[in-house]
Write a protein that binds this ligand. Structure first.
Ligand code: DX5
Ligand code: ZN
Length: 228
């Protein structure tokens, strides 16, 4: 793994009443990507927001929007999220019967395609698709809510995904989402992740979102230093 580890704060845990301020705060604190969690109340139990809010987030930051679709039939909305300014668009393996076609379409629309795997989905399921992907997302909680606990078994799944990517010679990023905090960030990076999503660890930090970004950044830098 040659690239830097990126931090992608999830705005799901931000105060929606002052969302633009929250986005600007993490941008100025040095977030690399802004992670946008889209939920439909069908694929996952919760409902969050859609393309209009995604576009509004993009008006508050120049950082790439990393859009995570937790929705059924995502093919119906790929164009809407391209228009909303998504740079990375991730769909769920479990939601796409024709995943290869979905991934091609995301790229045709000018976005970087990602595929997310729920905790019970075999990591090997993405192997045949790796040459077409820019990102693999390992869910370390069951998707739907912020603030859940990291599932410990996820570390082995991250290692397995890293081994698959390396064996395929893939430069796709390996993102981890759910329950990532300054306490486990080093272990997540050591397992092979290079994009860390953090919602509550950033936006619910005792010193505000800036404090959350800084705490995550310190944990990531610590992990990198230890590995060289
Ligand atoms: C979970 C979402 C996550 C979530 C992460 O369904 O995909 O992005 O917002 O929040 P934390 O970091 O609080 O687990
Ligand atoms: Zn997410």
């Amino acid at each position: 793994m040659n690239h830097d580890v990126l931090l992608a704060p999830s705005i799901l845990s931000a105060d929606f009443g002052t969302l633009a301020d929250g986005v600007r705060e993490v941008d100025q604190a040095g977030a690399d990507w802004i992670h946008v969690d889209v939920m439909d109340g069908h694929f996952v139990p919760n409902i969050s927001f859609g393309p209009a809010v995604t576009a509004a987030v993009g008006r508050s930051t120049d950082r790439p929007l990393d859009v995570h679709l937790m929705i059924a039939e995502p093919d119906r909305y790929l164009e809407a999220f391209a228009d909303a300014g998504a740079r990375v668009l991730t769909v769920h393996w479990e939601a796409c019967p024709h995943l290869h076609r979905t991934v091609q379409r995301i790229r045709e629309l000018g976005m970087a395609p990602g595929v997310a795997l729920n905790p019970a989905t075999p990591v090997g399921g993405i192997e045949d698709l790796l040459p077409d992907l820019d990102l693999v997302l390992i869910m370390s909680v069951n998707p739907g809510f912020g603030g859940q606990r990291f599932i410990p078994r996820s570390l082995a799944r991250i290692r397995q995904a890293r081994a698959l990517l390396d064996a395929a010679g893939s430069a796709a990023r390996l993102e981890v989402d759910g329950g990532v905090t300054p306490d486990n960030a080093a272990a997540v990076v050591a397992a092979g992740a290079d994009v860390l999503v953090a919602g509550s660890a950033v936006f619910r930090h005792e010193h505000g979102a800036r404090g959350g970004v800084e705490a995550m950044r310190e944990a990531i830098v610590g992990a990198r230093l230890r590995s060289v």
